[in-house]
Design a protein around this ligand. Structure first.
Ligand code: C2E
Ligand code: CA
Ligand code: CA
Ligand code: CA
Length: 281
C-alpha cells in the first residue's frame, strides 16, 4: 500500500484490496497455528451455588502465539469465524475437552459426575456436518454424552428459530445437554425460548455485575432465574466476582455459578490437581 507523502485518499478499491489481504494473512496465520497445535484449552470451574463446590468446567480456547504470547479468544475468534477456520478449531476444542473430561472420569474417583461445557460458534452451528462431528467426538473419546454441554449464544439461536430447533433436537438425540449462553443480552422472545429443547440458561455477567449495587439489576436477575425455574431449566450465573453476589444469587434460587470468586480459567493439570484435592478432603 502507498504510504504518506502523497496527498490523496485511499480509493475504495484499494481499501477493499487491503482488507482482503489482511483477511488472507489472518487465514494463513490461523491455519499455521492449527497445524502447529498452538491452540490450547483452559478450563473454568462451574460450581454449585450454595456450596461453591465444582460440578463441571467450561472449556475456553487460548492461542499460544509464538511471538505475541498467550492470546484470549477476543483476539482471534472473530477472525476464525470470518475465515471459516472456527469449524476445525471448534471441533478440536470439543475433542480435547471431551478427551480430558473422559480421562478425569476414569482416573479420579469422585469426578464421575463432572460435566464439560463447550462453546459453539455461529458458523459451526450452521455447518451441515456439526451433528456428525459431535457424534464422532463422543464415540472417539468414549465420554458419557450426558456429561457434555454444548453452549450456543442467545443471538445465534434467534437467527433462524426453525433451523435452531431442528439442530438442537438432533444434538439432543445424541444425548448431550444444551445451554443458552449470554442469556439476556440478545432478543429472545419468551415464546421461542420454550421451543428450544435446552437444559440450561447461562445468565450473562452484565446482569450479575450490578446485582448487589442496584435494585433494577437485582430485579432483572431475579426475573431470569424465575424464568429458568418456570421452564424447568438449570441456571448458571456468569462472572461472579464477589461473595455477596454469590449469596444474593443463591437466595434467588440460581443453581450454579461461575466466576473469578471461585476460580479463573486454569490448565488441565491444575484441574486435575483441584479434583484430586477435593477427593482428599
Ligand atoms: P463466554 O462463553 O461467555 O465465556 C465466559 C468468559 O468470561 C470467559 O472469557 C471467562 O474467562 C470470563 N469470565 C469468567 N468469570 C469471570 C469473572 O468473574 N470476571 C470476568 N471479568 N470475566 C470472567 P474468555 O475465556 O476470554 O472467553 C471470551 C469468549 O470467547 C467466551 O465468552 C466465548 O464466547 C468465546 N470463546 C471462548 N472459547 C471459545 C471456543 O472454544 N469456541 C468458541 N466458539 N468461542 C469461544
Ligand atoms: Ca460460554
Ligand atoms: Ca457466557
Ligand atoms: Ca459472555
Amino acid at each position: 500500500a502507498k504510504k504518506a507523502g502523497r496527498d490523496r485518499a485511499v480509493t475504495f478499491e484499494e481499501s477493499m484490496y487491503q482488507a482482503a489481504v489482511a483477511e488472507a494473512e489472518a487465514r494463513t496465520e490461523l491455519e499455521r497455528a492449527l497445524d502447529r497445535n498452538e491452540f490450547v484449552v483452559v478450563y473454568q470451574p462451574i460450581v454449585d451455588l450454595p456450596s461453591g463446590l465444582p460440578i463441571g468446567v467450561e472449556a475456553l480456547v487460548r492461542w499460544q502465539h509464538p511471538e505475541r504470547g498467550l492470546l484470549g479468544p477476543n483476539e482471534f475468534i472473530a477472525h476464525a469465524e470470518r475465515t471459516g477456520l472456527i469449524v476445525p478449531l471448534g471441533a478440536g476444542v470439543l475433542r480435547v475437552a471431551c478427551q480430558e473430561m473422559a480421562r478425569w472420569h476414569r482416573e479420579i474417583p469422585g469426578a464421575a459426575a463432572m460435566r464439560v461445557s463447550v462453546n459453539l460458534s455461529a458458523r459451526q452451528f450452521q455447518e451441515p456436518g456439526l451433528v456428525d462431528m459431535v457424534r464422532e467426538v463422543l464415540a472417539e473419546t468414549g465420554i458419557a454424552p450426558e456429561k457434555v454441554v454444548l453452549e450456543i449464544t442467545e443471538s445465534m439461536a434467534m437467527e433462524d428459530v426453525d433451523a435452531t430447533v431442528l439442530v438442537l433436537h438432533r444434538l439432543r438425540d445424541l444425548g448431550v445437554r444444551l445451554a443458552i449462553d449470554d442469556f439476556g443480552t440478545g432478543y429472545s422472545s419468551l415464546s421461542y425460548l420454550s421451543r428450544f429443547p435446552i437444559d440450561i440458561l447461562k445468565i450473562d455477567k452484565a446482569f450479575v455485575d450490578g446485582i448487589t449495587a442496584n435494585r433494577e439489576d437485582a430485579a432483572l436477575a431475579e426475573a431470569v432465574v424465575g424464568l429458568g425455574r418456570a421452564l424447568r431449566l438449570q441456571t448458571v450465573a456468569e462472572g461472579i466476582e464477589q461473595a455477596d453476589q454469590q449469596s444474593l444469587l443463591t437466595g434467588l434460587g440460581c443453581t450454579y455459578g461461575q466466576g473469578y470468586l471461585f476460580a479463573r480459567p486454569i490448565s488441565a493439570d491444575e484441574i486435575t490437581a483441584m479434583l484430586r484435592e477435593m477427593r482428599a478432603d
